[in-house]
Design a protein around this ligand. Structure first.
Ligand code: MRU
Length: 339
């Protein structure tokens, strides 16, 4: 797959994921406010991709404000950081990325004239790091997959959710590169259909076998013996649970009941192990995403309320392992290594 987001000639260039699978179109922004909006309306989405977009948005803000005296520069950058942080509340990577850029900004000693070069450089490094980390997750996760395995995944934690290569789909890609026959079953993932639209798109694009199922099918398909492993991504890992796209919890319960290994692919930028479940805000999006299919066909009677939680909580007890760029860990091992 082509990169989801790049820094190009002092602009942020990204795939508009709202148009997939019908149209592969790029958006280009030179204003951090537009990057913030693109995260909010999900032109770009997926925790690692959001993180890199946030860093690049901060880089655009430094270009805009670099000629200001230091005090006004810092104040304006704080406003930019707050706007970017306010776009989506659940993915750790958004806050991690803004904080990482903020460290450079806040320790910059002189007039802010060449700060933007430093920040642009850091944002580009973060984009490259993302790809390297995903390759590490791929290598570690591929060791769990046997020739002929069928992997179930939920939402899209693939190339499109990162700069490239993906997290949950990285083990699939790496195992195939190693010569194993692996195929994927993708939950459609209501209401935004990231599985049907995006996971199916990128795997089909890369000629990796994929079948899409309705969200409610996965329990039966596991029972029928058609799934060997489940691998999903995550937006945040706390000391007791994994937050991921709504529906993940039900998949984890079904996997447990059917003795199917359930793995979570998590770059270390997604770990937030100083927190517990209670610390995390679960994003609630507009109810129209549930009452309408992709804003086109209304499926709920006028006047009926809908609830639209974007993420759910899978407790550690349902996980077989967490795949990071450093290895595969049980939750206990993960806490021991990173907390
Ligand atoms: O609402 P989205 O599309 O941003 O949600 C994405 C997910 O839930 C992914 O599984 C998660 O961000 C991990 S992406 C590598």
């Amino acid at each position: 797959m082509i990169p989801t987001i790049i820094w190009n000639d002092n602009k942020v260039k990204m795939i508009d994921q709202t148009l997939l699978p019908h149209e592969l179109k790029f958006l280009e922004f030179d204003d951090y406010r537009d990057v913030a909006q693109s995260i909010k309306v999900m032109n770009i989405r997926g925790a690692p991709a959001i993180g890199v977009a946030a860093a690049m948005g901060m880089a655009l803000a430094t270009i805009e404000y670099k000629k200001l005296p230091k005090e006004r520069f810092l104040k304006s950058m704080e406003e930019a950081a707050n706007l970017i942080r306010s776009t989506r509340p659940t993915a750790s990577n958004l806050f991690w990325a803004v904080n990482r850029i903020w460290k450079i900004i806040s320790t910059f000693p002189d007039e802010p004239l060449n700060i933007s070069e430093l920040v642009i450089e850091e944002a580009k490094i973060m984009a490259q790091e993302d790809i390297n980390v995903n390759k590490g997750i791929g290598k570690n996760g591929a060791a769990l997959l046997k020739d002929g395995d069928v992997v179930l995944t939920h939402c899209n934690a693939g190339s499109l959710a990162t700069v490239q290569y993906g997290t949950a789909l990285a083990p699939v890609r790496a195992a195939i590169e190693e010569g194993k026959n692996i195929s994927v079953i993708a939950d459609e993932t209501r209401p935004r259909l990231q599985g049907a639209r995006l996971t199916a798109y990128e795997l089909h694009y890369d000629k990796i076998p994929v079948k899409v199922i309705s969200d409610t099918s996965s329990g039966l398909i596991m029972r029928l013996g058609k799934i060997d492993k489940v691998i999903v991504g995550t937006d945040r890992v706390t000391s007791d649970a994994v937050f991921n796209k709504i529906g993940t919890y039900l998949v984890a319960l079904a996997a447990k009941d059917n003795n199917i290994p359930f793995y979570v692919a998590a770059p270390t930028s997604t770990l937030s192990l100083h927190e517990t479940i209670e610390d995390v805000t679960i994003e609630q999006r507009d109810s129209s995403e549930v009452s309408n299919i992709l804003g086109k066909v209304q499926i709920v009677p006028d006047g009926v309320e809908c609830l639209n939680y974007a993420f759910d909580i899978t407790p550690f007890r349902l996980l077989t392992g967490i795949i990071t760029e450093d290895g595969v860990f049980t939750p206990e091992e993960l806490l021991k290594k990173y907390k």
